[in-house]
Design a protein around this ligand. Structure first.
Ligand SMILES: C[S@@+](CC[C@H](N)C(=O)[O-])C[C@H]1O[C@@H](n2cnc3c(N)ncnc32)[C@H](O)[C@@H]1O
Length: 185
């Protein structure tokens, strides 16, 4: 829907922390966009691996945010993995001439904190963001909130939020959020 709302003949998307460009495949399968340019910003090793795989001619992988502007700048389950998420969000705002979309963000009422995500054998630090702090950083970066909803993704058909009963209530996420911002002109 957002891809169709950008207006121009060509639509450019900057997918920050885009992994193997999963979102690109979903977008291509669900939206009619004749001329699409999709740029993924990822860790150098991921960029290298994906360049070798060769996703599609309209998709490129870069290790840092290139000069924009892009119509849509997107973080899909990724902002919370950036050590300096504030700088990452400001960079996204600067690179966008249209929208910034944050999908699947764990928001809390307590002050922002970092916890360990155990993933197979590894441990990944992940931010849990205070929603007012996130909106404050966005507002300072001239991002205007236009939509906010809960993110509902099923994992094997069973996903009802983060299992955080061992945390105080104000530190529990429940369902994560998706937020759509428009760049203020
Ligand atoms: C949970 S994955 C989400 C991947 C993809 N957006 C998706 O939904 O399939 C988080 C991604 O953020 C990337 N990431 C984390 N920190 C990063 C950084 N500083 N620079 C680039 N990518 C980063 C990771 O490499 C990882 O692919």
């Amino acid at each position: 829907m957002l891809l169709g709302a950008t207006g121009g003949a060509r639509t450019s998307v900057l997918d920050i922390g885009g992994g193997g460009a999963n979102a690109y495949h979903h977008a291509r399968a669900s939206a009619r966009v004749a001329d699409l340019r999709w740029t993924v910003v990822e860790r150098p090793a991921v960029c290298e691996a994906m360049r070798r795989c060769g996703v599609a001619a309209e998709v490129e992988f870069l290790p840092s945010v290139p000069p924009g502007p892009f119509d849509i700048v997107f973080f899909g389950s990724s902002l919370q993995y950036f050590e300096d998420w504030r700088t990452a969000l400001r960079g996204a705002a600067e690179a966008s001439a249209g929208f910034v979309l944050l999908e699947d963000v764990p928001l809390v009422r307590s002050p922002s904190f970092v916890a360990e995500q155990r993933y197979f054998e590894g441990v990944i630090p992940v931010w849990f963001l205070n929603h007012e702090e996130l909106l404050g950083v966005a507002a300072e970066a001239a991002l205007h909130l236009v939509a906010w909803d809960r993110y509902r993704a099923g994992i094997l058909g069973r996903w009802s939020g983060f299992p955080m009963d061992n945390y105080p209530p104000e530190m529990r996420v429940g369902l994560p959020s998706s937020l759509l911002f428009r760049v203020s002109l």
